[in-house]
Design a protein around this ligand. Structure first.
Ligand SMILES: *Cc1c(COP(=O)(O)O)cnc(C)c1O
Length: 426
């Protein structure tokens, strides 16, 4: 393979030979370390996306990369036709870490969501006694759970859905953060589960009311349906709790002792469970739920492979040993405080919202305008990489290994860029 000599050349190659399923910011990255990335020309950037919160532990964390290379030189893939000597220890580690009886290992986030949907349906028929093939799962407006045919069947995003039918049945969509709507939907027949993001990341970092997730947990219990938390983006330290359903604690896997903990029946993890070095995802549940999975009912060639197990243990150890959850909570407060002060001085930003280091600012323009995109292009020129989500919203989610000093430097870049942008527009 020839190496590209310039950003321009790399972009031209992707345009010519790759499917056009993304619209990236025009920057070509060739190196990452901690909170930084470098482009092909050697320009250095702060990463303020963290690959959609997969790189919580920072780019190329030596402990995680070390675990991967060591395992890759020993044994990479056996398939589940045989046992391997890493999977069991990994399964023990991850279930104790998050406080569940069992884990089902997969590779990507969408696969883990699909797995959770299958488990919930099977549980509905075999344990709850729901009418055969009539099981329904409650989902929420503006959700993002991945890109498979079943998952896009209940998406609100027309680009994600249009011309991909026929769609999968069995989903009821209600308003997010609406307890009454949830209670009403739970009274319908044949409900098996509620699939929810504790904070809607892709929708623009929609944070529900403080008690909403606890209410979801309580109502699910009351109506005997499974509470399925998609923590693929919010989990693993990102929002200042080990999980977003932990509330504001940093109890690191002992959240059940905390009054704020909204205990899911099914926990869906991906992204940062590998620190962004390898595709790893996981579905966790207790025995009475996971029991419905028996030999032949579900699987994946790569799911549970030894490299994934070694990587995930190292990635979770880093979160705990480097106290990244606590750092995310502390820096998040500093970030929102600075943005709120700044917002008081500008007309271009109306709002900052978020939890821990999953935050977004709302740009004061039409959702269809290119203002947020243009600001992100300027941020890039000034050495900080972020991306708009849902038109006029910019998500800010740096790696959790950031220091307070670096965060202040990033806030300076953001504030100066927006100020310059504002004066150049007027
Ligand atoms: C990214 C994401 C997914 C999908 O994960 P993939 O690895 O891209 O398939 C699902 N749910 C949420 C909340 C996500 O952020």
């Amino acid at each position: 393979m020839e190496l590209v000599q310039s950003s321009k050349e790399a972009i031209a190659l992707e345009n010519k030979h790759g499917a056009h399923n993304y619209h990236p910011l025009p920057v070509v990255l060739s190196k990452g370390e901690g909170v930084y990335m470098w482009d092909v020309e050697g320009k250095k950037y702060y990463d303020f996306l963290s690959a959609y919160s997969a790189v919580n532990q920072g780019h190329c964390h030596p402990r995680i990369v070390g675990a991967m290379t060591e395992q890759a030189q020993t044994l990479t893939l056996t398939s589940r036709a045989f046992y391997n000597d890493v999977l069991g220890p990994y399964e023990k580690y991850v279930t104790e870490y998050f406080g569940f009886d069992k884990v089902l290992p997969m590779n990507t986030g969408a696969e883990a969501v699909e797995t959770a949907i299958k488990i919930a349906r099977k549980w509905g028929y075999e344990k709850k006694g729901v009418d055969e093939n009539e099981g329904k799962i409650i989902v929420f407006d503006q959700n993002f759970h991945g890109r498979t045919t079943t998952i896009i069947s209940f998406s609100s995003d027309q680009d994600a859905r249009r011309n991909f039918g026929p769609y999968t049945h069995g989903f009821i969509k209600i308003q997010y953060n609406d307890k009454e709507a949830l209670e009403e939907a739970l009274q319908l027949n044949n409900i098996v589960g509620v699939l929810i993001e504790p904070i809607q990341g892709e929708a623009g970092v929609n944070v529900p009311n403080e008690k909403f997730m606890q209410n979801v947990a309580k109502l699910c219990k009351e109506y005997n349906v499974l509470f399925m938390a998609d923590e693929i983006q919010t989990g693993i330290g990102r929002t200042g709790g080990l999980l977003a359903v932990c509330g504001n604690c940093s109890c690191q896997g002992h959240c059940e002792k905390q009054s704020t903990y909204a205990q899911p029946d099914i926990l869906i993890l991906g992204k940062a469970i590998s620190g962004g070095v390898y595709p790893v995802s996981a579905v966790l549940a207790n025995d009475e739920v996971m029991d419905v999975i028996t030999p032949g009912t579900h699987g994946s060639t790569f799911g549970g492979n030894p490299v994934a197990g070694a990587v995930a243990v190292a990635a979770l150890e880093v979160i705990r040993d480097e106290k990244l959850t606590q750092n995310a909570r502390r820096l998040g407060e500093i970030f929102r405080e600075r943005m709120n002060k700044f917002i008081a001085t500008t007309d271009l930003v109306t709002l900052v919202r978020g939890k821990g280091l999953l935050n977004a600012i709302v740009i004061n323009d039409e959702p269809t305008s290119s203002t947020a995109w243009n600001i992100c292009v300027k941020l890039k020129e000034n050495g900080l990489l972020a991306k708009p989500t849902h038109g006029n919203i910019i998500r800010f989610a740096p790696p959790l290994v950031m220091t307070e000093e670096q965060l202040h430097e990033c806030c300076d870049i953001i504030e100066n860029t927006i100020r310059d942008f504002e004066s150049s527009e007027s």
